[in-house]
Design a protein around this ligand. Structure first.
Ligand code: NAD
Length: 309
């Protein structure tokens, strides 16, 4: 018996959370989008006389993500009518919204401790029957949920969307050791039928399938380029449209993914493999670490391998 999914809560309104919320809304699924409360006010907010307790400030991240979707092209994928199906909120005040959701998707920063803490908070409002998934790029589903109740873990799995969710058809579903097959089937069905995804069931191994291979390829490319003195433009010229990849080339992809996120994803494999050669391959070259250290995070910060104009 597969109940359909009509209400979702997406937690984390960054690159992926906002894209996933938009795709759900476009598929007719009412969606709440939650994020943390901003720590400080912007100058514009101060000038308007707001305080940190005003809802417009507290919901800023999620509201900004929704406004960003409307502007994105091509329309009408993300038009205002679809965006109106997304309700912005802040985690602190609105986590109880998950009580009447069918599906909760965790899409916050790629950090095990942050995700574990968030799952603990989610469980406080969770009821059996609500599916919970994580969009982690590769952190262990078991490790993330090890302190949760067995019943919660039966409803918990990885649903790894790819960037950008509106174009990328692939969805990896990663059951944990305790995930009920019926719950996997339920999400698989909604992903295939409502979201048009091609689902691959992956094992709970570091970075699952796609990111294990993809991270390897990107790191080898980066290292080769540095050692042989090729430029970013040269590598992108041979790994982009000329190779039949219409949208993305190597470094444009990294900028889109977010260099900080890529670093976390690569670290996750390096920390979880034993073989010396594998450890070496998955160690991120110094220049990329330095870029992240100085705030060059890719498109989201305006500067990565390319500068956003
Ligand atoms: P992002 O940096 O764009 O957004 C992360 C969001 O998490 C931000 O809005 C931030 O405010 C929020 N956040 C930070 N700390 C938090 C906390 N303690 N509690 C709640 N929210 C918090 O990141 P992203 O690229 O959207 O990645 C989100 C997840 O999706 C990560 O697990 C990442 O590995 C995964 N993912 C990313 C990509 C990609 O291409 N960027 C692709 C697939 C999966």
């Amino acid at each position: 018996m597969n109940r359909s999914i009509s209400k979702a809560v997406v937690i984390g309104s960054g690159i992926m959370g906002s894209g996933i919320a938009a795709q759900l809304a476009n598929a007719g699924i009412a969606c709440s989008l939650l994020d943390i409360v901003p720590a400080e006010m912007t100058e514009a907010e101060q000038a308007k006389g707001y305080s940190l307790t005003d809802s417009v400030v507290r919901n800023r991240f999620a509201a900004a993500a929704i406004a960003g979707m409307v502007k994105r092209k091509p329309a009408p994928l993300y038009d205002e009518a679809f965006a109106a199906r997304i309700r912005p909120g802040n985690l602190e005040d609105h986590l109880h919204w998950i009580q009447d959701a069918d599906w909760v998707i965790e899409v916050v920063v790629e950090n095990l401790a942050v995700k574990q803490e968030l799952l603990a908070k989610i469980e406080q409002h969770w009821k059996p029957g609500i599916l919970v998934s994580t969009n982690t790029s590769g952190i262990s589903i078991e490790a993330m949920s090890e302190s949760r109740s067995l019943e919660f873990r039966q409803h918990f799995m990885g649903t790894h969307f790819f960037n950008p969710p509106r174009y990328m058809k692939l969805l990896e579903i990663i059951p944990g050791q305790h995930t009920e097959p019926a719950h996997v089937d339920r999400l698989r069905e909604v992903a295939e039928r409502a979201l048009g995804k091609t689902v691959v069931i992956a094992k709970d191994t570091p970075n699952f399938i796609a990111n294990r291979i993809g991270t390897y390829g990107l790191l080898v490319t980066l290292r080769e380029m540095l050692q042989r003195g090729y430029t970013v433009e040269e590598v992108d010229a041979v790994t982009g449209p000329a190779m039949g990849r219409p949208k993305s080339a190597t470094f444009r992809t990294l900028d889109l993914v977010g260099l900080d996120t890529f670093l976390h994803v690569a670290d996750n494999v390096r920390e979880n493999v034993q073989d010396e050669a594998e450890i070496e391959v998955f160690t991120v070259p110094e220049p990329l670490q330095e870029m992240v250290g100085q705030g060059w995070l890719g498109e989201k910060s305006g500067q990565g391998f390319y500068r956003k104009l």
